[in-house]
Design a binder for this molecule. Structure first.
Ligand SMILES: CSCCC(=O)C(=O)COP(=O)(O)O
Ligand SMILES: [Zn+2]
Length: 254
């Protein structure tokens, strides 16, 4: 590994390695191999088209992050940023263990991924621009004075969600509640409201962003992925139910 420490004058961040050592592994489960593979899958689900969205994976004291504003289905392991964990989620003072040698910038979602790592001890966080998530934010919690949340109950896929995203599994009898925050012109400016929503809704496994998408996390990348799949299914189905005039608050008796 090239251990020369340099200061990036543009971003005022510290970079210690621009070689590929931290992102080269024959192991398909290495985060630098997984992120490109998972992003390709998310692209085909319509979750990360047009460059937005993605996934970050934390492996103990290292966080792996994809580049910003690139075709997420075409990312290579050599495009991945590696950051030490923990560190403040401050944009100005960010420290990197490894940056790509070609001119790329880390995902604008980095401070939001960090909120899930810091506040939920998550090991992976997924951001999607799924139209199902966006439709859910347009149909729930949007009336004057209404609590800004998505709610649904009485659907089997709720069992695929964990309390707080990282604890025990929810039951078929439970109501799923996901807070909705308002969008901002710049992704990184969502950080404080996402952190507040995570604190206000400690049982929620995700945060929806109005007219934008959703952030979902888990204690492993596998659980972040399956919860993102269950939530997306529930957003899609609940939207269809609401549009068909079917009660989405029906709850089975205990
Ligand atoms: C058309 S994408 C708009 C920006 C956005 O919502 C986003 O998620 C950007 O993520 P990136 O990882 O490309 O910085
Ligand atoms: Zn986004």
């Amino acid at each position: 590994m090239n251990t020369t420490e340099t200061k990036d004058p543009k971003s005022n961040s510290t970079v210690v390695d621009t070689s590929d050592a931290l992102v080269t592994s024959p192991d398909p489960l290495h985060p630098a191999n997984l992120i490109p593979e998972l992003c390709k899958g998310f692209y085909h689900l319509g979750w990360v088209t047009g460059t937005g969205g993605g996934i970050s994976i934390r492996d103990n004291d290292k966080v792996y992050i994809a580049p910003s504003g690139v075709q997420k289905e075409r990312i290579q392991p050599s495009h991945i940023f590696v950051l030490p964990y923990p560190q403040p989620s401050d944009v100005v003072q960010r420290t990197f263990l490894r940056k790509p040698s070609i001119p790329l910038k880390e995902s604008a979602c980095t401070p939001l991924f960090w909120a899930a790592f810091d506040l939920r001890n998550a090991s992976a966080c997924i951001h999607t621009h799924s139209q199902h998530a966006v439709m859910a934010t347009l149909l729930w919690g949007n009336k004057e004075g209404a609590e800004p949340v998505f709610r649904v109950s009485g659907l089997e896929m709720i069992k695929g969600i964990r309390w707080g995203g990282v604890e025990g599994a929810m039951s078929y009898l439970d109501e799923l509640v996901v807070p909705i925050i308002e969008n901002t012109p710049h992704e990184e400016d969502l950080r404080d409201s996402m952190a507040q929503a995570i604190k206000d809704y400690p049982k929620a496994a995700a945060v929806l962003v109005r007219r934008h998408g959703v952030y979902v996390w888990g204690s492993t990348w596998e659980l972040a992925k399956t919860q993102a799949e269950c939530l997306d299914y529930l957003f899609e189905l609940a939207v269809k139910m609401r549009l068909a005039g079917i009660d989405t608050d029906w709850r089975p008796e205990a």
